[in-house]
Structures are given as structure tokens and as C-alpha cells.
Design a protein around this ligand. Sequence first.
Ligand code: 13P
Length: 249
Amino acid sequence: MSKTITPLIAGNWKMNGVSASLAELTALGQALTAGPAPRAIVVICPPATLLAAASAHGASSGILTGGQDCHPAKSGAHTGDISAAMLADAGAQYVIVGHSERRANHGETDELVRAKAEAGFAAGLKPIICVGETEAERDAGQAETVVERQLAGSIPDSEATFVVAYEPVWAIGTGRTPTNAEIAQMHARIRGVLTARFGERGASVNILYGGSLKPSNAREILAIEHVNGGLVGGASLLAKDFAAIISAV
Ligand code: 13P
């Protein structure tokens, strides 16, 4: 079933990047257009300040863009926030919602994440809805329970297209990853939850793996069943590394 899903490789630049960093995007575009066409949809989620420029930069080489977060409201008195419509206006096609750094640093609940995903839908964006357990939760044998709860609470009831990213919190930026068997088990579980809730549509949702994905482990992780791409942090900042992950698909 997952074989028919076009993989998606998304780079999350987090709070990294100034205008000079667009050179990496140029280099990435050159790498992608020099070789055989990538077998994945390629998305870069730069900081909001670079979104419009990154969208323009990526257009010629097929690199799509996404925001890293959005406010659930369309507009209004929300100083410092950004709406999904603004991201779309800046050229984004995707928006990451519910990243564990936002859940941890900004106290985002499943309910809020769901509202943000709905705002993304309303603006015509594809939300990349993030879930993942902490190390303590995994050690306590609760990883699947936690992820199931997050999926149930964070994904809106909608006909619109969305993406799920499984990012174990303890694997983010640590160089540690779950075993292939652990990734396979969790992704199969997520697929089960999606098909139980959305039927056939749930069978075609991209389920991304994220957390210390890098050129040296991309090939084996991206080959695991129900892993339909990756959400890449640190290794997306350098075109050479990100291109290597894309070509591992
Ligand atoms: P790293 O690839 O740096 O571990 O980050 C993963 C991540 O959080 C992507 O959203």
C-alpha cells in the first residue's frame, strides 16, 4: 500500500537561517536538477522571514516551501504570530504544526495543534502534523499510547490532505534514533490508526520519520515499511547533506 505514496522529504530549518542561507537553497536546487529527478517531493521550511524569498528561489528547481507554525486564527490582534493565509501568501504549500519543540516550549496542546491544522486547511496548506513520545514515555512502555492520543487529538476531521510526522522527542538533535524495528512498529501503528479513522484515505497519508535523520542512516530508515519520507532538522541546513538524504529515497 505504502509503495504508491510519493515520498516527501521536508527540511525544518527551525530558528536558523538569514538571507545568506538562501545560497544553500540555490546549491540544493543545483544538486537536484543536475542528477536524475528526485523520487520525492522536496519541501524546505525556513524561518518565516525567509519564506517568500525561499519560495521564489525554490520555484525553478521544484523545491516547495512550508511554514514552521501558524496561528489558528485567520487574522487579528496576535502580536508576533503568523497566520496560515500569510504563509500561503508567501508561497508556502505546507505548514508544520505540533512540533515537539512548540509543544514543549509553548505549551501547545493537541487541541491547539488541531486548530492550527484546521487553519492550515482553510488557507489551502497541507499541515505536517507532528507526534512523538519523550524518552521517559518510551521507557515506561507508553510510546504507542502517547502517539495514538496525539493522533486522535491533533488531526482534524477533514477531507483535506495532511501529513503525519513521527518524531520521537529523544531522537531530535541527539544523534540517537530508534531501532529500525521500533520505527517499523510505530509507523505500522500510525498507519493502522489512520486507516481505522479515515479508511482508504488513511492508507495514502505520508507518514514521515524525523529525529537525527542524516545521510548515513537515511537509506535504511527510508526503506522501512510505512516510512513515506522524512522530516529533517540539522541535516537540512547544508545542501550537500539534504541532497544526500533526498537521493537515498
Ligand atoms: P534533527 O534532524 O536535527 O534531529 O531534527 C529533527 C526535527 O525536529 C525536524 O523537525
